[in-house]
Design a protein around this ligand. Structure first.
Ligand SMILES: [Zn+2]
Length: 304
């Protein structure tokens, strides 16, 4: 059976995906948690100007990891995907305990796994739009709570059953090793798993532990320099590239607020293409390595 990528506008051949951002939010609403209107992104005039700029900067695919409880809106994703002729992959999943809707606490592992499987195989909330990834499955800072462990186990079982890719959230880069242990214990295929927010980690021993096991890792908060200086991210990434791990590295910006958008004066999704990738090239990283991280890896990881 040939493997394809499941986007919000239907199944596509992997080769149709261009330079792909592996962990983004394009339509989300976290205002109910953060008591603030900044973390609301929608299919409005401002966001469409932002996406038009992003496509012009070279983006050829977005993995949209907003899940249940984060104000996911897959119809908005479908609309933006068509307007900009940009492949967008939607997610099923739950984020981390502070963001769980009530039903997570009420459902058991079997029921949560069944929910994820139905969003991948049948569709999301009656729209007929199917999820193409299980994401962003999160642990809390320096801890994976009991409820988070239940969601992780359900996500892993849905991954095994469907073959869909799975990517995670590591709060400030923590808990990657514990996530690895759980994936190992449950016998996961590491080639379908990617560990998120590792650029916030900075622990090169842990990077190598995850990479040597065969997982992908994501440098996916590029541009969020209040969390970590751009130069430090860059040095860690170059270290890993020089060690020969480029086939397991993927990049993104993880924008979640209007004030981060370029059109609102922020760094913008395009920062990855207009600033960070040029900085890598300046340091001698070849076009081939950029293509590996931005095109080949997402095409391979997202196919099932
Ligand atoms: Zn995120």
């Amino acid at each position: 059976m040939t493997e394809n990528i499941q986007t919000v506008t239907g199944t596509i051949e992997p080769s149709r995906l261009g330079q792909t951002m592996i962990h983004e939010h394009v339509a989300l609403d976290l205002s109910h948690i953060r008591q603030d209107n900044d973390p609301i992104l929608s299919d409005d005039e401002m966001q469409n100007r932002e996406i038009a700029r992003l496509v012009a900067a070279g983006c050829g695919g977005i993995v949209e990891v907003t899940n249940r409880g984060m104000g996911r809106d897959v119809e908005a994703l479908g609309s933006m995907s068509r307007k900009h002729r940009l492949p967008i992959i939607a997610a099923t999943g739950f984020y981390k305990q502070d963001y769980y809707p009530r039903d997570v606490f009420e459902k058991n592992e079997d029921e949560i796994a069944a929910l994820f499987i139905s969003e991948i195989c049948e569709g999301i909330e009656g729209t007929g739009i199917r999820a193409g990834i299980i994401s962003e499955i999160g642990s809390s800072l320096n801890e994976m709570t009991k409820e988070e462990t239940k969601v992780f186990r359900a996500a892993i079982r849905a991954q095994h059953e469907t073959g869909a890719p799975l990517s995670t959230h590591c709060e400030l880069g923590t808990m990657g090793t514990e996530q690895l242990k759980l994936f190992s214990k449950m016998g996961s295929d590491f080639s379908k798993i990617s560990i998120g927010h590792q650029d916030l980690n900075g622990d090169r021993e842990e990077y190598e532990r995850l990479l040597q096991a065969g997982l992908y890792i994501q440098f996916d908060t590029i541009g969020k320099n209040s969390y970590r200086a751009e130069a430090d991210r860059l040095e860690d990434l170059i270290f890993l590239i020089e060690k020969g791990y480029s086939k397991q590295l993927m990049l993104s910006t993880d924008i979640t607020k209007k004030s981060y958008l370029k059109v609102a004066g922020g760094f913008g999704y395009e920062h990855l293409f207009t600033k960070f990738i040029p900085a890598l090239k300046n340091r001698g990283v070849s076009e081939d390595i950029i293509k590996t991280m931005m095109i080949d890896n997402p095409q391979r990881f997202l196919s099932f």
